[in-house]
Design a protein around this ligand. Structure first.
Ligand SMILES: [Zn+2]
Length: 264
């Protein structure tokens, strides 16, 4: 039994070291995607929910593995080759602007000094519905230089299923509403459910967004990854193991998924 544990530990250590040595080349930046913080029961039912404890552990790993957690603005600069990467960068994003960002995630991020981007649903903010942070809460956190506010439509529909006029409204009006509410430009956008196509991408581009994010490489279908279809890595309870976490943040997992998608 002891021998088995020792062999497993040694194998894990070798694997972790191998992954560590293969860490992303400068410029291959992983963008992590979170949604809600919740109880163990909630997180066992939904892979969009993570417990605060697991989130804290993941933030600790980023420090352990010497990642540079960068803001969306810095990511944009690197992505557009206006700034040289330092290597081992990672970006933290939070979709839906849930209240648990205010109560759970933000205090942890602040304690580490990690920047993050929150994708907001304008109507949910306005009416403080669907668990969204209120306008007042957002005005409190936006005082921090660590917070970037971004757009995530008006009502969170599957954008490929709405007709042209409502599509324009969801994308453009939500940007205007959020900019009026918070007095700062919304330059970044994420597609609800990661759902997009060429028409949706064009609407987002026409609205004046600079970058747009989907979820998994699977959502690209036949499209290429571009400034308006940047893939992200869904983070959840299952990434508590440091080796799995490192495989995901290092780009190995994402590049494997991209490769698998390219075969389809
Ligand atoms: Zn969403």
């Amino acid at each position: 039994m002891i021998k088995k544990i020792m062999t497993t530990s040694l194998a894990l250590l070798i694997l972790a070291s191998a992954i560590f040595l293969m860490l992303p080349l400068p410029g291959d930046i992983s963008i992590l995607m979170y949604h809600f913080a919740g109880s163990e029961e909630e997180s066992s039912k939904s892979n969009n929910t993570i417990t605060l404890q697991s989130f804290k552990t993941q933030m600790k790993y980023l420090r352990w593995f010497r990642y540079h957690v960068i803001s969306m603005e810095e990511y944009e600069q690197i992505h557009l080759k206006k700034k040289a990467p330092r290597g081992r960068e990672v970006v933290l994003t939070f979709d839906d602007g849930n209240q648990s960002y205010f109560t759970e995630f933000f205090p942890v991020l602040e304690s580490y000094g990690y920047p993050s981007t929150i994708f907001l649903i304008s109507e949910s903010v306005k009416h403080q519905s669907n668990g969204s942070m209120s306008e007042e809460m957002i005005k409190v956190i936006m005082k921090s230089p660590l917070v970037t506010l971004a757009g995530h439509t008006k009502t969170h529909p599957f954008l490929t299923e709405v007709s042209p006029d409502p599509l324009k409204d969801e994308v453009m009006q939500s940007k205007k509403d959020l900019e009026t509410m918070f007095g700062r430009p919304m330059d970044y956008f994420s597609y609800p459910f990661g759902d997009f196509n060429e028409l949706v991408m064009k609407a987002v581009q026409d609205a004046g967004y600079l970058l747009a994010f989907t979820t998994s490489p699977k959502k690209l279908k036949h499209l290429k990854e571009s400034l308006f279809s940047i893939t992200r890595i869904k983070m959840g309870e299952s990434n508590k193991n440091p080796v799995i976490f490192l495989a995901m943040t290092s780009g190995i997992y994402q590049n494997f998924k991209r490769w698998r998608q390219s075969l389809r």
